[in-house]
Design a protein around this ligand. Structure first.
Ligand code: CAO
Length: 569
């Protein structure tokens, strides 16, 4: 069997590019066109394919080596299957795969344009109006995906500054601007696919790169065909399938930051297929490069729960399962409950999952404190009962919660920071009083909102509450009916208990919990008298409110509930 040297093909403008990845080893059986190594310039990376099928006998390059067209990559014992040498008249080596110059020349003939030169041969031509920048000749690539946008409207763009990064399954490259100017509009976004000639951007106040070629562009300055890849004059004769890209115009002075993590196109593809966020993977390759093994071990770590992706952390499961690693907490205990007795497993409902994630965030992120107090509602309850008797026929039952909503509005007006929200370093004081109330439903906790409670009477609030609570139980609340609250009340009065510590409904800064009122002996200065006392639990955000304000809020609320005429003051 013949031993064949597999060489670096014509890789366009690339000269002395570094080997950053070895994709095969001695003894491997390779197919024709299989990627052997990855090389990288400062603008693009590409995989070098094998021109022949066979068994790798010897590797001629090591990581970090510099290679160029013609460098021997490895020696293969050929399996008799040699990549189509096709029209290669002097196919001494089967490694030539790209013929940028040939393609460039054909493209130029087709478009009637001169072949753009490298930046060194350019002059600059001022343009008056907006200038279009198109995708240059990027070789045989068709429908390549935009994987990164490197600029934004308003940016000052330098000549040949990279605007986007595109990627095929074999190479990624940056597409440079043919003009300097201010970016008015970018015509592509991440995920789009592009082809040669596609409109990429519109620049204003542009200065163009024009070729000194004797054949002027038929479109003049407006041609704005960007710096196309500079092709070596020696056209490689082979017209077989192209695996290596044509390099984009290379300007060593234009060093657009490539914000992508370092990884070869095949590794990127692998990561995409698995849904691995490349930016979160630590590379173990040369200069921190991410390898396929890194992707595998990252995936393993996520599956075993040792690592959590940022997306997972953001979703922050309500209870078990992960979470916590970003806080430096030990993992959630995993217990095989069935070992201890019979169990039944039930998936949590959607509402519970959503509210659980919100509650966890609010509990973790808000430095919350709860103040407890009691309000004497003896007279108010008597008034409520008599009002309900009078209104028996109307069908609207006045509830204690409706009075509480009204009393809270009065307290919020007196202590406006309780009706505010944190926005960075600012406090947003809301000039409206929308009060949410926690409703217990078969699907879980919901918080409908009484809008403009300050403008409504207790009867109207009672009626609306009844309607909203019914909708909540039936799962028919609209998002609008659950949004916009400035303060929330959670009432367990109809159920029981004394005090509890409600969790603030962010971005609100306080929540009032009330429990079941009961008759208690209260000292009036001369004797113990029976009074109906309502337990209050006010939780507040210590970043916005302090303990003294919270105590005053509760005391004032108690005064109003004790003598409801104060609402009118
Ligand atoms: N003290 C004593 N009795 C009270 C009371 C209180 N603080 N609040 C209500 N009651 C009484 C009512 O007067 C009513 O008695 P009658 O039937 O004799 O008139 C009974 O308790 C039931 O009231 P209710 O709960 O149906 O009505 P409400 O207006 O007080 O509450 C609603 C409505 C939707 C808030 C309530 O049904 C509910 O879902 N509460 C649970 C809220 C919750 O889960 N909070 C916890 C959140 S944190 O997990």
């Amino acid at each position: 069997m013949a031993l064949i040297d597999v060489k670096v093909p014509d890789i366009g403008d690339f000269d002395e590019v570094a080997v950053i990845e070895l994709l095969v080893k001695v003894g491997d059986t390779v197919k024709a066109e299989q990627s052997l190594i990855t090389v990288e310039s400062d603008k693009a990376s590409m995989e070098i394919p094998s021109s022949t099928a066979g068994v790798v006998k010897e590797l001629k390059v090591a990581l970090g080596d510099k290679v160029k067209q013609g460098s021997v990559v490895l020696v293969v014992e050929a399996a008799g299957e040699v990549a189509a040498p096709a029209a290669a008249p002097a196919a001494a080596t089967p490694s030539v795969r790209a013929e940028p110059a040939l393609r460039q020349a054909q493209d130029d003939r087709n478009s009637g344009q001169a072949s753009p030169s490298t930046s060194s041969g350019r002059t600059e031509v001022a343009a008056s109006g907006p200038v279009e920048v198109h995708i240059p000749n990027i070789g045989d690539f068709k429908d390549v995906a935009v994987i990164e946008v490197l600029v934004k409207p308003g940016d000052k763009i330098a000549l040949e500054q990279s605007l986007i990064t595109v990627e095929s399954d074999k190479a990624s490259m940056e597409i440079p601007s043919s003009h300097a100017g201010v970016l008015k509009e970018l015509k592509v976004k991440v995920g789009d696919t592009v082809n040669i000639g596609d409109l990429l951007a519109i620049l204003e106040g542009a200065v163009a790169a024009s070729s000194p070629s004797p054949q002027p562009s038929p479109q003049g300055v407006e041609g704005a065909k960007p710096a196309a890849p500079a092709a070596p004059a020696a056209a490689a004769p082979q017209a077989a399938s192209v695996s290596a890209p044509v390099a984009p115009a290379h300007n060593p002075t234009a060093s657009a930051p490539l914000g992508l993590p370092h990884a070869s196109p095949s590794v990127r593809k692998f990561a995409r297929e698995l849904g691995v966020p490349l930016a979160e993977v630590k590379g173990s390759g040369l200069k921190g490069r991410i390898t396929a093994e890194d992707i595998q071990s990252f995936t393993k770590s996520v599956m075993t729960g040792a690592v959590q992706t940022t997306a997972q952390a953001a979703k922050a499961p309500a209870s078990s399962g992960g979470g916590g690693s970003e806080l430096g907490l030990i993992p959630w205990p995993k217990v095989d409950f069935a070992k201890f007795g019979p169990i039944e497993r039930k998936e949590m409902g959607r509402i519970k999952k959503i509210s659980g994630a919100n509650l966890l965030r609010n509990a973790v992120m808000i430095p919350a404190v709860t103040n407890f107090d009691d309000a004497d509602i003896t007279d108010l309850e008597a008034f409520r009962v008599s009002t309900n008797k009078e209104n028996e026929k109307s069908g609207v039952k006045v509830t204690m919660l409706a009075f509480l909503i009204k009393a809270c509005v009065a307290s919020l007006k007196k202590f406006p920071e309780f009706n505010s929200s944190l926005d960075g370093d600012s406090l947003v004081y809301k000039q409206f009083w929308h009060i949410g109330f926690a409703a217990d439903t078969p699907n879980g906790l919901m918080v409908p909102v009484i809008k403009d409670a300050d403008k409504k009477g207790v009867l109207q609030i009672s009626q609306e509450m009844g309607e909203l609570a019914k909708k909540a139980r039936e799962g028919k609340l609209s998002p609008a009916e659950m949004s916009g609250a400035t303060f929330t009340i959670s009432s367990l009065g109809g159920i029981g208990g004394r005090y509890f510590t409600p969790i603030i409904n962010a971005p609100e800064v306080a929540i009032l919990g009330v429990c079941k009122s009961q008759m208690e002996p209260v000292w009036d200065g001369k004797a113990f008298v029976p009074r109906l006392m309502l337990p209050l639990s006010l939780t507040w955000d210590h970043r916005v409110i302090d303990g003294a304000a919270a105590a005053r809020f509760n005391a004032y609320l108690g005064q109003i509930l004790g003598d409801f005429r104060r609402v009118l003051l």
